[in-house]
Design a binder for this molecule. Structure first.
Ligand code: DXP
Ligand SMILES: NCC(=O)COP(=O)(O)O
Length: 237
């Protein structure tokens, strides 16, 4: 079974537009779980333009599924994770001014650095996932860091899906198969939606979790949050 973790960054974007507490991010997280989300993902960025560090602290006691915190392991991010101790931390090599995540780790170059971070996070009791492009050399090097899982960065799959979905999935399937051989768990995310999700899930062996935010929250504007989460869950059945 592939679990659906709902990324609630965009709910915080809407809240921040007015400076009050509407929509209420904590209520939205609880409602997502009630509607079928099997995890809640947040990606606090240094400028706190959507999820704020305080949101993450407030979410931990109310999330009843799994809290997944994504981000670049800067000193501030690591302090937050040490305090909150989420079920999962996804390490993403974002530049501070990135509009959104735009690449996976170079796990060859940063092997030793990642090894140290992974060890500390695992000692805190967190499952660790490393955000990666579907590159076999990067998957092999990720396995040497001690990480529990990798998360495949699916932007290239999503953008190639409508033109040629077999070609778009091929590098991801190879990466997933290698991850399985190496004993790495597998997550995936970025730009997944109701069109491209089912095929990804069918093609990737051992896909444990997808985290989806942008398209899901856009769909919810038209379809409603409960109905939308159920529609995404059905793609993963
Ligand atoms: C790692 C990843 O792909 C997601 O976290 C995505 O980047 C969402 O972040 P934003 O909501 O800031 O675009
Ligand atoms: N890890 C990916 C994620 O959390 C959501 O990405 P997106 O669906 O907002 O592109």
């Amino acid at each position: 079974m592939t679990k659906l973790s709902v990324n609630i960054n965009k709910i915080a974007t809407l809240r921040n537009a007015r400076g009050h507490n509407r929509p209420d991010v904590l209520q939205a997280a609880s409602d997502c779980e009630r509607f079928g989300a099997q995890g809640i993902t947040v990606h606090p960025r240094p400028d706190e333009r959507h999820i704020r560090y305080q949101d993450v602290r407030d979410l931990k006691p109310i999330v009843t599924t799994e809290l997944n915190i994504e981000g670049n392991p800067t000193p501030d991010f690591l302090d937050l994770v040490r305090e909150v101790r989420p079920e999962q931390v996804t390490l993403v090599p974002d530049a501070p001014d990135a509009i959104t995540s735009n690449a996976g780790w170079d796990t060859v170059r940063h092997q030793q650095y990642l090894q140290g971070i992974v060890r500390e996070l695992k000692d805190l009791g967190c499952r660790v996932s490393i955000f990666l492009d579907p590159d076999l050399e990067m998957v092999r090097a990720a396995a040497t860091t001690g990480t529990d899982r990798i998360e495949l960065y699916t932007e290239a799959y999503a953008s190639g899906y409508h033109a040629d979905r077999e070609a778009a999935i091929a590098p991801y399937r190879a990466a997933a198969e290698l991850a399985q051989q190496l004993g790495l768990g597998l997550n995936a995310g970025h730009d997944l939606d109701l069109d491209n999700l089912a095929y990804l899930q069918q093609q990737l062996p051992g896909l444990a979790e997808v985290s989806i935010g942008h398209a899901l929250i856009c769909d919810a504007l038209y379809l409603g949050l409960e109905n939308t989460i159920q529609l995404y869950r059905r793609q993963l059945a």
